[in-house]
Design a protein around this ligand. Structure first.
Ligand code: ZN
Length: 245
């Protein structure tokens, strides 16, 4: 999907909050932040005041009183933001309009948008790292949002460590690729690797969910994005999707 009014990695400045931002359907915007937006995760680093400031700035940019986050545990639990309380333990946060966010720094962030029977949006923010993909978080999230009656669900996949950078032991590559087809890869220096975004895209395709890839970049290679492998503890950026009038 192209939208000339949207920002993308090709046009966003290094000082902008967002790495990529787009009006993905009428009244719904999806975005991924970059390093300039600051660390948005309390569980990383020690400066909680800074995280509060960064989250407040993001909420202001989104035009909402609050953005709902989750406590991510590399599992496959799904929670509806309107029912889950503050920071529910989950790896897929769905909503009927509340802005929802997923924090990442190498794992794959996925944003979902569909339409409920009454015309309101159904939104989702999904945390799909290696463990989450194997645990089935992508299918769980799509099943949950469709289970509420959402139709026309589409996915926007954000930046993560790429299949040429995510080096793993050969045994782990074999184990994961047996469970998540399409993930076996080789690093640019010739060692065993995993391509988690490739596995995510394959699973979305199998579910019949159209996916958009123009926000994808490699977190390890792109200094404007946080990467746990490149700089552990530096921070997390987020994927966030919200509805507006
Ligand atoms: Zn890479």
């Amino acid at each position: 999907m192209t939208d000339a009014s949207g920002q993308g990695p090709e046009t966003a400045g290094a000082g902008d909050l967002f790495w990529w931002r787009r009006d993905v359907r009428p009244g719904v915007t999806a975005a991924f932040t970059q390093v300039a937006a600051g660390n948005l995760a309390f569980h990383v680093g020690s400066d909680d005041d800074a995280v509060r400031r960064h989250r407040a700035a993001l909420a202001a940019a989104v035009g909402a009183e609050r953005v709902q986050y989750m406590e991510q545990v590399h599992g496959s639990a799904t929670v509806w933001a309107e029912e889950g309380g503050n920071a529910p333990v989950a790896d897929a946060l769905l909503s009927e309009g509340v802005p929802v966010a997923v924090m990442v720094a190498d794992c794959v962030p996925i944003l979902l948008a569909g339409q409920l029977d009454d015309g309101r949006p159904a939104l989702g923010a999904v945390h799909a790292g290696r463990a989450g993909l194997v645990a089935g978080v992508v299918t769980a999230a799509v099943d949950a949002i469709r289970g509420r009656g959402a139709s026309g669900v589409e996915a926007w996949v954000g930046p993560s460590i790429c299949g040429r950078c995510y080096e793993v032991p050969a045994a782990l590559r074999d184990e994961v690729s047996a469970l998540a087809p399409g993930t076996a890869s080789t690093t640019s220096w010739g060692t065993p690797a995993l391509d988690v975004p490739a596995g995510v895209l394959r699973e979305l395709d199998a579910l019949g969910v159209p996916s958009h890839t123009d926000a994808i970049a490699c977190t390890l290679e792109e200094p404007r994005l946080f990467s746990h492998r490149r700089a552990p503890g530096e921070g997390r950026f987020v994927g966030v999707v919200w509805s507006h009038g």
